[in-house]
Design a binder for this molecule. Structure first.
Ligand SMILES: [Zn+2]
Ligand SMILES: [Zn+2]
Ligand SMILES: [Zn+2]
Length: 117
């Protein structure tokens, strides 16, 4: 069974399938958070791109002019529909269903495996 912990927005998530390279940021190589594209067509996390543009005005991938950036909703949708496993350990042997990135936070707010503290 494929199981690969990936960093996504500072937390480690277990993706069900290998993540398409096209959905990775060209700067941090993680799954993009708030995917943002440059006019040359390369895509990065919003935070990564802005950090890079603060000291260079070129695209980190192709070194072309990284002019005004556009939010690519298609990428956002693709990333949001990636399947991940619930990060909480199964309780009484019952595993949570496979989730999507978009549904993860909603699930975590009422996850049955969540630790009662
Ligand atoms: Zn990044
Ligand atoms: Zn580029
Ligand atoms: Zn859960």
């Amino acid at each position: 069974m494929y199981s690969n912990a990936e960093d996504y927005g500072g937390r480690s998530l277990s993706f069900v399938r290998p993540v398409n390279e096209a959905l990775r940021c060209g700067i941090c190589y993680c799954v993009m958070v708030d995917p943002t594209s440059t006019v040359c067509g390369h895509s990065f996390c919003k935070a990564c791109l802005h950090a890079s543009l603060s000291h260079a005005s070129t695209c980190p991938t192709c070194e072309g002019q990284a002019r005004p950036t556009v939010q690519i909703n298609v990428l956002k949708q693709l990333i949001g529909s990636l399947e991940v496993r619930c990060p909480n350990p199964p309780r009484d042997g019952v595993e949570c269903p496979v989730l999507t990135l978009d549904g993860l936070d909603r699930h975590l707010s009422h996850c049955p495996c969540r630790r009662h503290q």
